[in-house]
Design a protein around this ligand. Structure first.
Ligand code: PMP
Length: 419
């Protein structure tokens, strides 16, 4: 567009007009103006393959979702204190994808709101704010969710671990550390356990088999409640199942769903058992002005319909399995890649040097170099040395091949050599 300010000018304006704690991706930031399928397009019309965006779940600007939002926005958008068929239909379709026990839906607008509400619900049952969470976990931007997010309280600018939060160390199967969930028996009081079932900020870490079962049993034995944060992992991304907690063969008391649910439109949910819903309904109303509005629900319904009609869960399994194979071939050629892990299209590979020392600088170089070549990738993990791959589920085999070809090219570059 001719009226568009140049990148550097926008960046400067953003630096003082928007919140000072908001960062921007890449050393050379991108101006992104359009999206379609697995691609984003910049201000010069340049195309980038997006391997990061787990929000554009069924594809950027999927026509079915766009049309559903447009159609409903033209007819009615208001709060959920009136009867409306769409909210009921969405609650039905969502609970159909979950175990029978998880039957009551509360609609909200973000993952943070969902986890905030889930923590309040758990407190209504347990009578305590004590929480067990994973090291490097992230569950949201509200005060209470930050209190259980060591990714925030335990790092720069954070106030440290609150007394009521107990942390489980990251189970690191590569280094064979902390493979059993272990916490101080003095802490065996009723408490809420909250975790993702594949640890995203922890660096796309798969939990060892039986890990969640073991935590759930002990937490429940002491009257506790379990929350599965499926904000990143949910809705078919892991391929073999609709939810990552199913990989561990457990059923949580509460599930939180966000990012992918509205394909970019703000829509999130807390789904719980009738026992939890009853304890929470103590007389104080939970009202949420935007939560469950007809436009958001139309977006959610379109997402669930698209997932079903395009067989995207199956596709996550197929293309994710194929991509994992290709990445493992790369690993065989480059000792820098210590491990490829994940499930479906929720993958990561860890870069390490001698004695499995985290290779942080090469990971950062790789991410920025891939962006120059037209691929959006992100890093994560306690040492930012894990490359995360979580593209829209419409990702194709051909795109997986192209991605790996270019990774191969960058891995051969001088800057990627460990000395
Ligand atoms: N839980 C997890 C696992 C997340 O990744 C995020 C967002 N990165 C949230 C919760 C918070 O979601 P939101 O940004 O929509 O509030």
């Amino acid at each position: 567009s001719p009226s568009l300010p140049p990148t550097e000018e926008m960046r400067q304006q953003r630096d003082h007009k928007l919140g000072y704690s908001l960062s921007v991706s890449y050393h050379r930031p991108l101006t992104v103006l359009r999206g379609s399928g697995s691609y984003l397009y910049d201000d010069r019309g340049r195309r980038f393959l997006d391997t990061v965006n787990n929000v554009a779940h069924v594809g950027h600007e999927h026509p079915r979702v766009v049309e559903a939002i447009q159609r409903q926005a033209a007819v009615l958008n208001t709060n959920s204190r009136y009867l409306h068929p769409t909210i009921l239909e969405l609650a039905d379709e969502l609970t159909n994808l979950l175990p029978d026990e998880l039957s009551v839906v509360h609609f909200v607008n973000s993952g943070s709101e969902a986890n905030e509400l889930a923590l309040r619900m758990a407190e209504a049952v347990t009578g305590t704010r004590r929480v067990l969470a994973m090291e490097m976990g992230y569950h949201g931007n509200t005060t209470r969710t930050i209190d259980v997010s060591s990714y925030k309280f335990g790092r720069r600018g954070g106030a440290g671990r609150p007394a009521e939060t107990v942390l489980l160390p990251l189970p690191d199967q590569l280094r064979r550390r902390h493979l059993q969930p272990d916490w101080d028996t003095n802490d065996d009081a009723p408490r809420t356990f909250i975790a993702e079932s594949i640890l995203s900020c922890g660096g796309q870490l798969m939990l060892p088999p039986g890990y969640l079962d073991s935590v759930f049993k002990r937490v429940r034995a002491h009257g506790g409640i379990t929350i599965a944060d499926e904000v990143q992992t949910g809705l078919g991304r892991v391929g073999s199942h609709w939810w990552a907690f199913e990989l561990q063969g457990v059923v949580p008391d509460i599930v939180t769903i966000g990012k992918p649910f509205g394909n970019g439109h703000p829509l999130a949910a807390v789904v719980c058992t009738t026992r939890v819903a009853e304890a929470f309904a103590n007389g104080m109303e939970y009202f949420n002005t935007f939560g469950g509005n007809p436009v958001s629900c139309a977006a959610g319904l379109a997402v669930l319909t698209t997932l079903r009609e395009e067989g995207l869960k199956q596709r996550a399994a197929e293309v994710g399995g194929y991509l994992t194979g290709l990445l493992n071939q790369l690993r065989a050629n480059y000792p820098l890649i210590a491990e490829v892990r994940g499930a479906g299209l929720f993958l990561g590979f860890e870069l390490t040097g001698k004695d499995l020392a985290p290779a942080t600088a090469p990971a950062s170089y790789l991410k920025n170099r891939m962006r120059e070549l037209g691929f959006l990738m992100s890093t994560d993990g306690p040492h930012e040395n894990v490359i995360k791959i979580k593209p829209p589920l419409c990702f194709t085999r051909a795109q997986a091949e192209r991605l790996v070809d270019f990774l191969d090219r960058v891995l051969r570059e001088d800057k990627m050599q460990i000395r």
